[in-house]
Design a protein around this ligand. Structure first.
Ligand code: ADP
Ligand code: MG
Length: 529
């Protein structure tokens, strides 16, 4: 009975589990790599190709390859391939199926129970979409976990007895996130999170590509432009990423670009590369400073650890710069695998704790799990008592109309930093006699501070509650919010009258449970290679 942790990344994804010695290990995919490009190639109506082969097809078949789908999670949109519309949840489900299938092939064990990670800034629509992607892929999603928290778990900085403040600096392929986490009395709290979701390794690649193209054009002014040929663009794209990675460990690298019958050889040193990209690194430092300022304003001042996450933090310039800026030695160890490993540890521990809570049979299963992972009695004790308590990232409320002021405002039932899980109920009242119906509009705080102004909130769900005929103005409707420990919101609005009781389960996110079930069975007909 293995449980798995999945880092479903914007550009690369990764799957891990806890091994026989209790340590988290990343499972190589069938290409022999630890991470898989988050790319899906819709080869035919019944066949998709996921991973490196899909990424290699991107420039040549731009209309059939989907990359960066994580940016669309939680949005109501579809991408049409071979005449069929696909939601972001469905496209992500293909990534998950490939990760799971490869992991099954290498471990020989079925992949069912998983924890999937999401960025700290993801709101509930995005988290809900991620969970549904897992369900469409046929997985049982134990939990959706914040990436910086997963990273912190895998770096082992969450020792339960010490209070610490951690900065997680995550520079990935397409996004940059910086998150302050505080650990107090066993509670893990995201203090603040900031970032630039259009800044990542691809921007470093882009600078190298520009340099190579310029050099080519200088050497061969009479040849056609390299960017006019998709095959050349594809070649440049994969070469520059490779060169960039090599420059993290070697001092210089040579690239050969063949285009229009001409050959251009470009040698680039690490120093040159760092100069070409210095302003990009500056941007991450500015954003990190901004996050530190916000944390300081909230009373969190002393930084104990800096944890580097994301493949792009392997570039030596990152650690050198942060060491200088922050005066702390950053922790750097498998940055592109840390999130998946942390998710695996969390999945394992959470499963163990849930089993323990399930009576004698559960206890026996928990013991078996512990034995499989080679845990000592004291390990078991520590895990049993560890609590990973998170807090609400944002506030949630209901849009209200006040007839006296003739304005709308948001009444928040749940506030940011409320410890999870949290339940809140409030009674609202109809405005008119015989109103017939009330529209319940569920709002999520949009900015970093709670505000009752509707424009400072995002509408995340809405639905009508019927009111029996003949009821006077001021008729009560109870609204109940339940925000679970993974940050998913469940809303119920109830009208209580003598004759009947109406319950309304408000659907958050784009796909309903029925949609999910339908798409799970429809997509199971599609082969994933
Ligand atoms: P994601 O952003 O999808 O979570 P990762 O954290 O795996 O993805 O980061 C992927 C990025 O890391 C890519 O831009 C990749 O080129 C870059 N990367 C991976 N290894 C290295 C390396 N050794 N040196 C520099 N960049 C690297
Ligand atoms: Mg990542």
């Amino acid at each position: 009975m293995a449980v798995f942790g999945i880092d479903l990344g914007t550009t690369y994804s990764c799957i891990a589990r806890v091994d026989e010695t209790g340590r988290p290990v990343v499972l190589r995919n069938l290409d022999g790599s630890d991470t898989m490009p988050s790319a899906v190639y819709f080869e035919s109506p019944t066949e998709v190709v996921v991973g490196a082969a899909a990424k290699d097809t991107a420039v040549l078949e731009p209309d059939l390859v989907v990359e960066l789908i994580k940016r669309e999670m939680g949005r109501h949109l579809t991408l049409t391939m071979h005449g069929r519309p696909y939601t972001p949840e469905e496209i992500s489900a293909f990534l998950l199926r490939k990760l799971a299938a490869d992991a099954e092939a290498t471990t020989g064990e079925p992949v069912t129970d998983v924890v999937i990670t999401v960025p700290a800034y993801f709101g509930i629509a995005e988290r809900d979409a991620t969970r549904k992607a897992g369900q469409i892929a046929g997985l049982n999603v134990i939990d959706v976990l914040s990436e910086p928290i997963a990273a912190a778990i895998s770096y082992g900085v969450l020792a339960p007895d010490t209070d610490r403040t951690i900065l997680v600096y995550d520079l990935g392929g397409g996004t940059f996130d910086t998150t302050m986490i505080s650990m107090r009395d066993g509670d893990i709290q995201v203090v603040c999170t900031d970032g630039d979701h259009e800044l990542g390794g691809v921007d470093w690649d882009e600078r190298l590509a520009e340099y190579v193209v310029e050099t080519f054009v200088e050497q061969h002014p009479d040849a056609s432009h390299p960017l006019d040929d998709p095959a050349t663009v594809q070649d440049i794209r994969s070469q520059v990423e490779e060169v960039k990675k090599r420059l993290s460990t070697t001092r210089q690298r040579t690239m050969r670009l063949v285009h229009d019958g001409r050959v251009c050889t470009v040698t680039i040193t690490r120093e040159q590369f760092e100069e070409l990209t210095a302003d990009l690194l500056d941007r991450t430092v500015d954003i990190t400073r901004r996050a530190l300022d916000v944390a300081a304003k909230r009373g969190v001042k002393d930084l104990d650890d800096v944890v580097l996450v994301g493949g792009s933090t392997k570039m030596p310039a990152v650690i050198t710069r942060l060491r200088k800026e922050l005066g702390i030695e950053p922790k750097l160890h498998d940055p592109d695998l840390a999130v998946a490993k942390g998710a695996a540890l969390y999945a394992f521990e959470e499963t163990y704790r849930r089993l323990l809570a399930k009576g004698d049979e559960g206890r026996r299963q928990a013991e078996r799990l512990a034995r499989q992972a080679g845990l000592s009695a004291s390990d078991e004790e520590a895990i049993a008592k560890r609590q990973i308590r998170t807090v609400a990232a944002r506030g949630f409320g209901v849009l209200c109309y006040s007839p006296e002021r003739d304005t709308e405002h948001v009444v928040h039932l749940i506030h940011s930093n409320d410890p999870l899980p949290v339940d809140a109920t409030r009674t609202f009242y109809t405005v008119y006699d015989d109103q017939g119906e009330v529209g319940v509009q569920v709002m999520e705080q949009a900015g970093s501070v709670e505000s009752e102004r509707p424009e400072d909130n995002t509408l995340i769900a809405s639905g009508p509650v019927g009111i029996p005929p003949g009821k006077p103005a001021g008729w009560p409707i109870d609204v109940h919010f339940h925000l679970d420990s993974s940050g998913l919101l469940h809303v119920t609005a109830t009208e209580q009258s003598d004759q009947r009781r109406l319950d309304l389960q408000i659907q958050v996110g784009g796909m309903s449970e029925d949609d999910v079930a339908r798409s799970r069975s429809a997509l199971s007909q599609v082969r994933v290679n």
